[in-house]
Ligand binder design. Structure first.
Ligand code: ZN
Length: 494
């Protein structure tokens, strides 16, 4: 047993080094690398991921997993290692069924497609992206047929990003939201929009970067265990134990956008940074529960960040860095960050209409994987759904179907997790209030880190030990429901 476990741990460590090299290259490609190096970087990414894949499917690895899974061995493993063996065994069985040549092609095509998406979006030309998207969709279907030949493709995809979640449950939650939100959005948008011209102007990018650091520090991001950079689309990435990085994108005329991206990505990073040390080098550290992950980023972004009291202790400091804000009273700033208005771009959407953007993507994914709608018809379908759900129609595909990067790298099934995250947040907010008292008061007092600490204790420290459903039931003692989120919206905006 001792020997098998030792060999297993060493094996994992070696594989992790390939993964780390691959992540480092991906990070570099998206933040710093010059355009002309892309093709050779993609090749290197392909190399490292193939090596990692080989290790995950090697016969000797399967034998180690088999050995450690024997009841007399398995029961001696600590919690973190037991989870690791279970998950690795599941992956091993799945990957065994995927031909290596297909896998390498899939990984490189993802990188190529991501790159084509960038170009197509920039030139607003869907025809550049269409063949890649089409290939990614068919390869995703093929991939799922290999790993789970007896299951529905879309159910497997949903489960990949939010273990234990299925389309039946999501249908129920999203339908309740859709029905509750439609009249609320109509009611809010029938009122006159506030005058926000005080915020007009150009905001220095370097200053916006400084504001990002202030906000990250304020909510509890640990700069000894992470860093920041700029990219086309904000994201968070864990490079290795003790190194969680966030990116942001900047627009001189939209400082609020970079502030909220900073808070959002900061929420993801705080989760990753605070997994209990005892789970180091186990699967518990790898948090692939995207609904739970989004619940953390969106809790900071919306439940806390869009609350006026969040800004009371920090607004003057932000205005020191962005002097234009000295002429903008906090109340006007509050109106600006809480405008509810149907719009085209998901990442710029307010917290209420955002839900509709996700429901649209969920319905699109069902159209792709259940109804098999041809790729060339997707832009039109997108626009039709925009009109139905939000009453606005994109004039171009760049602000329509091509706005997000997710599908370009094959992340189908990911989008629903954003909204599931918000659904969990509605429940978490009620629970925080019950246990810690008024969130308004805590924020106004500048005690936001008490909330971060609560999240560390209740959620972050366990990493991916429990599924999202288990976490919510353990923390909130209730079953998942959309009602708390709907009542949060109604209370705030009605
Ligand atoms: Zn996120």
């Amino acid at each position: 047993m001792e020997d098998t476990l030792k060999t297993f741990k060493e094996y994992l460590k070696r594989r992790k080094q390939f993964d780390q090299a691959q992540t480092m290259l991906a990070w570099d490609m998206q933040t710093a690398a010059p355009k002309d190096s892309v093709e050779s970087k993609i090749e290197s990414i392909g190399f490292f991921s193939t090596e990692s894949f080989r290790m995950s499917t090697a016969k000797e690895y399967g034998a180690l997993l088999e050995e450690l899974s024997k009841p007399e061995q398995f029961q001696k493993l600590d919690e973190g290692m037991a989870i690791t063996v279970e998950r690795e065994r599941k992956k091993y069985k799945r990957f065994q069924r995927v031909p290596e040549a297909f896998y390498t092609e899939f990984v490189t095509e993802k990188a190529r497609s991501e790159h084509a998406w960038e170009e197509a979006k920039e030139k607003d030309d869907f025809s550049i992206y269409e063949p890649h998207l089409d290939k990614i969709i068919s390869m995703t279907k093929e991939f799922v047929h290999y790993i789970e030949p007896d299951q529905e493709v879309y159910e497997v995809l949903l489960d990949m990003y939010e273990e234990g979640m299925d389309s039946h449950t999501i249908d129920t939650i999203f339908t309740e939201l859709k029905e509750g939100l439609k009249p609320l959005i109509e009611k809010i948008t029938s009122k006159p929009q506030p005058d926000l011209s005080l915020l007009d102007g150009r905001y220095d990018i370097q200053a916006q970067k400084k504001v990002q650091d202030v906000l990250l520090d304020y909510i509890g991001f640990n700069f000894d265990r992470g860093t920041t950079a700029e990219s086309v689309h904000p994201f968070t990435i864990t490079l290795c134990h003790g190194d969680v990085r966030v990116t942001n994108s900047y627009d001189e005329e939209a400082p609020i956008s970079s502030m909220f991206s900073a808070i959002h990505e900061g929420g993801h990073a705080i989760f990753e940074q605070n997994v209990n040390e005892k789970y180091k080098d186990t699967a518990v550290e790898e948090i692939e529960l995207m609904g739970l992950h989004e619940s953390q980023s969106r809790f900071y972004e919306n439940m806390l960040g869009r609350n006026k009291n969040f800004w009371i202790p920090v607004y003057d400091k932000v205005a020191e860095i962005l002097p234009q804000l000295k002429n903008v009273p906090l109340d006007v700033f509050m109106q600006a960050i809480n405008v509810v208005k149907p719009s085209l771009i998901r990442v710029d959407a307010d917290e209420v209409t955002y839900c509709m953007h996700i429901i649209l993507r969920y319905e699109m994914e069902k159209a792709i994987f259940i109804d098999h709608v041809p790729t060339k018809e997707l832009p039109k379908l997108w626009n039709k759904k925009m009109e139905e759900l939000l009453g606005v129609v994109p004039q171009s595909d760049a602000e329509g179907i091509m706005q997000d990067m997710h599908w370009s790298d094959g992340s189908f099934g990911y989008f629903p997790s954003y909204l599931l995250g918000s659904v969990y947040d509605g429940m978490l907010l009620e629970q925080v209030e019950e246990e810690l008292g008024s969130v308004d008061q805590i924020l106004a007092d500048g005690r936001i880190k008490e909330i971060t600490h609560w999240l560390n204790e209740k959620i972050h420290q366990y990493g991916s030990l429990y599924t999202s459903k288990e976490v919510i039931e353990r923390v909130c003692h209730k079953e998942i429901s959309a009602r708390p989120l709907l009542s949060y919206f109604t209370k705030k905006y009605d």
